[in-house]
Design a binder for this molecule. Structure first.
Ligand code: PLP
Length: 378
């Protein structure tokens, strides 16, 4: 009998993804070192224009990470203390953190149980004369219902910041037949190039996108200590830069981003086939108005999730829960006055979601092994 060793499986396999990029990245990094242009060098400029071209957006402003991008976006809108910003509690903490840091008021609205994204009816109800910004999050790689969110925003004259940290490369299809890239639909789009994101650097990095030149000018200024002219600060800003090493990595990967999305979708299709008829699992819903780029492959599980995760871990298969606690129940955000039961869908999903390994290097052997193991335990 042949005893097969189980394949090595990771949530994200950046090392295997690196191999075909090695020559390009190493020579690019050597060039940066030789040039000494570590900050704002040619690699940063070329990445910025390559991303503008890819996204078909007028302005890409690179920055140090996705959290900074969100903070700078809010700063650029010029909101004042106590202004309300609507977002979802079922997201990474950064989304709400930056709102609170700027002494703005976080107003949470619940999510849609199918897409895990902002519920449009809940948004409608939450809008008040004090609402000064809406931040939809494109969770797990799927764009929120932007056409309806934009309609509500427009009616009430409220700017939209898209938290696009998880859906870079996804397309949104409008009812009139046009399409836009995620992050270029609202007034400002923010993304993260954290290594495990769909377009990941080899360290921290992020960017903002906007078609509004006035906002772009303000964003560039804020990200650079509020300076338009050196040593002359017009605004109170921050220091948030993309470094040239990261730009080299991002340039190499941006060329392959669509191919990466295709690979992620193929892995998701494989998972879907296995789990779609299983009574205990609900596979990811795919909205008709966008293509899902599967930052995560997240199942909804009716069963003992801890037990499932433990069993997987014993078999050498990592899994994750994004996110186990909705933000309104975190101690840090309790001062906004929400309590258990306020956002029942977010609270329920936080208990049921489980994300399986998802990356660009998953092969059939690995996928088979993961699926068989999950089915055996569930
Ligand atoms: C990753 C992420 C961020 C923050 O990005 P960093 O680069 O880690 O600061 C913000 N929002 C969401 C939804 C994210 O997934």
């Amino acid at each position: 009998m042949k005893i097969s060793t189980p394949p090595q499986i990771q949530m994200v396999d950046l090392k295997s993804q690196y191999l075909p990029l090695q020559d390009e990245i190493e020579s690019g990094i050597k060039e940066v070192i030789a040039s000494g242009a570590f900050i704002n060098g040619p690699a940063v400029k070329s990445f910025t224009s390559n991303l503008e071209e890819y996204l078909q957006v007028i302005n890409v402003i690179p920055c140090a990470n996705g959290t900074d991008a969100l903070q700078i976006a809010l700063m650029a809108l010029g909101l004042k203390e106590g202004d309300e910003v609507i977002t979802v509690p079922f997201t990474f903490v950064a989304t709400a953190e930056v709102i609170a840091l700027l002494k703005l008021k976080v107003v949470f609205v619940d999510i849609d149980p199918d897409t895990y994204n902002m519920d449009v009816d809940a948004l409608k109800k939450a809008v008040s004369p004090n609402t000064k910004c809406i931040i939809p999050v494109h969770l797990y790689g799927q764009i929120a219902d932007m056409e309806n969110i934009c309609a509500i925003a427009k009616e009430n004259n409220i700017p939209i910041i898209e938290d696009n940290a998880q859906a870079l490369g996804a397309d949104y299809y409008f009812k009139n037949g046009t399409q836009k890239k995620s992050g270029t639909i609202g007034d400002i789009g923010c993304t993260s190039f954290y290594p495990s994101k769909n377009l990941g650097a080899y360290g921290d990095a992020g960017a903002l996108f906007t078609n509004n030149d006035e906002l772009a000018d303000k964003i560039r200024c804020i990200a650079n200590h509020g300076q338009r002219i050196k040593y002359q600060s017009d605004l109170i800003g921050v220091n948030s830069r993309l470094d040239s090493f990261q730009a080299v990595v991002l340039n190499a990967k941006l060329k392959r981003l669509d191919a990466y999305s295709t690979k992620r979708k193929a892995a998701a299709d494989f998972y879907d086939k296995i789990f779609k008829d299983h009574p205990k699992f609900k596979i990811p819903f795919r909205s008709e108005f966008c293509n899902h780029v599967f930052h995560q492959y997240t199942l909804n599980y009716e069963g003992d999730r801890d037990n499932l995760r433990e069993g997987l871990s014993e078999a050498g298969i990592p899994s994750m829960v994004y996110y186990p606690y909705p933000l309104h129940l975190h101690k840090a955000y309790s001062y906004f006055g929400n309590k258990v039961g306020d956002f029942p869908i977010s609270e329920a999903m936080a208990k049921k979601v489980i994300s399986l390994p998802m990356h660009t290097e998953l092969d059939e052997e690995q996928l088979n092994f993961i699926c068989e193991t999950v089915i055996n335990i569930a």
